[in-house]
Design a protein around this ligand. Structure first.
Ligand SMILES: Nc1nc2c(ncn2[C@@H]2O[C@H](COP(=O)(O)OP(=O)(O)OP(=O)(O)O)[C@@H](O)[C@H]2O)c(=O)[nH]1
Ligand SMILES: [Mg+2]
Length: 338
């Protein structure tokens, strides 16, 4: 194309020079693009507990394969049983704290049974779990528990079954989840033990997950969003991570959309200006909270963000495609600056 154009315009020596330069740049870019697409890249998935890190990594497995084996599904069943019992125990404690009585007084006996289960200490198989089903159902159907539940976050109940992919995504098992996934030249990990595989340069991206719906919830006694912002700031201050690109996933958008309908973020964050019942306004505010941490520490980080729902495979597929594109673009930019 440039050759044809060159002949038509009867090029001068300087035109030839320019064309040679252009060809050389184009070749350099081709080499760089080839290098970027092959260089190992690491994504460190960071964030406070319950923000959705393991769910994101499970989605990587669902999206990029291989399929879960029957044994893996059965292993997840125990986690789901454990989540059901622990979730119900948490609700019973909340109900008591809120001073809500049992609708059905027979549930006092069921309460004793369920509260005595040390689910983390036992091998929950279908036949053991079956022994608690009547009590679980009865407590769950009591209006006292329903009232406590309507004032807290959602928990799912299942009895004697093999979990499907969606159940796996809803299961929470702190720390013991498989915590990395390799997709082509990309290592995705949430584990510090894998940091040895990272270069901590522009080839490493921090994917910071924050549960956007938890602005009014506590984690170990402190506000969950404040905890998340503090961790975000300490990540930014970490000298090893200084050159990394930061991608923020403001996660649990489904729960946030539901929450803003009734909750008022100004109770926890009086500086919020805007409509507390507008999802967009609340999301904009949250992005600014995180962005502000970057500017107070060091604004040389490249910063990108997405509103995600980690339990929604399609949503994560789109977000991950965009993450890959961002990493690629950032790498090309960095190589061109070298
Ligand atoms: N509704 C909803 N639930 C989510 C979303 N993301 C994660 N969860 C649920 O939130 C819980 C915690 O998610 P995890 O991925 O286990 O959180 P984590 O960051 O790995 O937590 P730790 O392992 O304790 O550090 C799980 O029960 C998930 O199913 C989301 O976007 N929407
Ligand atoms: Mg986890």
């Amino acid at each position: 194309m440039s050759k044809t154009l060159g002949w038509c315009l009867l090029p001068t020596t300087s035109d030839f020079k320019q064309e040679r330069e252009a060809r050389r740049s184009s070749r350099d870019i081709d080499v760089m693009l080839k290098r970027t697409s092959q260089e190992p890249v690491a994504i460190l998935v960071l964030g406070i507990s319950q923000s959705g890190k393991s769910t994101f990594i499970k989605q990587m497995r669902i999206i990029n394969g291989p399929e879960f084996s029957q044994q893996e599904l059965i292993d997840f069943r125990r986690t789901v049983y454990q989540n059901i019992i622990e979730g119900l125990q948490e609700l019973v404690v909340k109900k008591t704290k809120m001073g809500i009585p049992w609708e059905n007084s027979a549930n006092e006996t069921h309460e004793m049974l369920v509260m005595s289960v040390e689910s983390w200490n036992m091998n929950l198989e279908p036949h053991t779990f079956q022994g608690f089903v009547t009590a679980i159902n009865s407590l769950w159907n009591d209006s006292g528990i329903q009232e406590a539940y309507s004032k807290t976050k959602k928990i799912n109940f299942f009895v004697s079954y093999i979990p499907c992919k969606q159940d796996i995504l809803y299961a929470h098992k702190s720390c013991r989840d498989r915590d990395y996934f390799v997709h082509r030249n990309i290592l995705i990990t949430r584990s510090r033990s894998m940091w040895k595989y990272c270069f901590f340069d522009h080839n490493t991206t921090i994917l910071f997950m924050a549960a956007s719906s938890e602005f009014d919830q506590d984690l170990y006694g402190d506000n969950s969003l404040v905890e998340s912002l503090n961790l975000f700031k300490s990540v930014l201050c970490n000298r090893f991570l200084r050159k990394c690109t930061i991608i923020l996933f403001l996660n649990k958008t489904d729960l946030l959309a539901e929450k803003v309908q009734t909750a008022d973020i100004r109770k926890n964050f009086p500086e919020f200006q805007g409509d507390p019942h507008s999802l967009e306004d609340v999301q904009r505010f949250l992005v600014e909270c995180f962005r502000e941490r970057i500017t107070t520490v060091d604004d040389s980080h490249s910063f990108f963000y997405h509103f995600t729902t980690a339990v929604d495979t399609e949503n994560i597929r789109i977000a991950f495609d965009s993450v890959k594109e961002t990493i690629f673009r950032e790498n090309v930019k960095n190589l061109m600056m070298q």
